[in-house]
Ligand binder design. Sequence first.
Ligand SMILES: [Zn+2]
Length: 84
Amino acid sequence: MTAARLPAIFTTAADLLCHADLGRVRRCAHPACVLYFLDGTKNGTRRWCDMRTCGNRVNAAAYYRRHRAGDAPASRSSPPEPGA
Ligand SMILES: [Zn+2]
């Protein structure tokens, strides 16, 4: 980051603090991320600062944990039996 970009960052932060609904400011759910974001979703359930970076990493790690060799339960790969 260059010093030339700092005024723009301060202006954006001041605009956020003065005009945004602060109840919609959330911290990214990625454990190693320090970023906050303004949740603009209709239902207020956004979790990541950026889905392509933090969201994808957490989802990929969860997918890996669920599908490790020998750990995947057999019942998750097949639909339930009718009438069961
Ligand atoms: Zn993040």
